[in-house]
Design a protein around this ligand. Sequence first.
Ligand code: CA
Length: 367
Amino acid sequence: MKRREFLKKAGAGAAAAVAATTIGAPAVIAKKRYVWKMVTTWPPKLPVLQDGAERLAKRIEQLTDGRLKIMVYAGGELVPPLGTFDAVSNGTVEMGSSAAYYWAGKTPACQWFAAVPFGLNAQGMSAWFHGGNGLKLWEEVYANFNVIPRPGGSTGVQMGGWFNKKINTLSDYKGLKMRIPGLGGKVVAKAGGTVVLTPGGEIFTNLERGVIDATEWVGPLHDLRMGFYEAAKYYYYPGWHEPGTYLEYIFNKKAYESLPKDIQQIIDAACMESEAWTLAQFDSQNGAALQELITKHHVKLIKFPDEVLNGLRKLADEVVEEEAAKDPLARKVAEDFKKFQKIVGTWGTVSEKAYYDIIQKKYPLQV
Ligand code: CA
């Protein structure tokens, strides 16, 4: 009897202990969930760029365990492709994926965060953002628009473009009709060319019909898909005008700051992951696409003569100086960029450059 009573009590005690454990456990409070919209400047399914935006949205959802879900809209699906910045700035959407040079009309200083002719390459840009003052300055420039920027990865050095006329000297640019936007276009105009702005979907037809003599686009991966090898004779390199074009992820300041700190940090970490992923995609897929252009489509690959590059570089210095003179913030960003490029450029000459000079003998370009 005593023993049975004891067991009964013990059982009750154990049950009570379980109950106590449950009550004492950390309270399970449903964490707030957020649903955001991201608009991009890119056409649906554009390799690497639109893919990267969608990948980032998925990663953030995974890493926050579903607390932040981001619906992604390609260019034109919710707002026009170049309406991305305004939509983020005015809070129509919480975030966007684009490239800073599209906003030169709002603030000339933004151009240094995307591409400067004869400026920093992908590695140098990353060093400026994360090791120098680049990201701090970028945040300062965008703060005026209630926007927070995060580097979105680089295309790497782009290609010089597709030409139906050979460029042997700088004077060959005289009268050349070329589709080349941004600061690169201003340099070509200074060299005597006529810059034609053509929407992406019309470039091929214009090149084929001789409306333009030349066009630049991105690199082998994207150029191959556009089929330019069927409309132009020569494929020039390197892309002096976009030596390491950086993409951006942009956030409405109020939306970003209203998130719990841990989600903000997940976003920042996921953006950096995306930055690395993006360059890796360009580097690996461009290599394969270049091979296909050369071997399958027999594209004639030509390097711009040194004389041409040196001439363009002098003109580019003038263009960059004119942009820097537009407002004090542009001047501040330009000065920091210039100082930084000098330092990392010197190091690059004795590190990457010296190494590439040797290793290229192992992988000679076969054209
Ligand atoms: Ca380009």
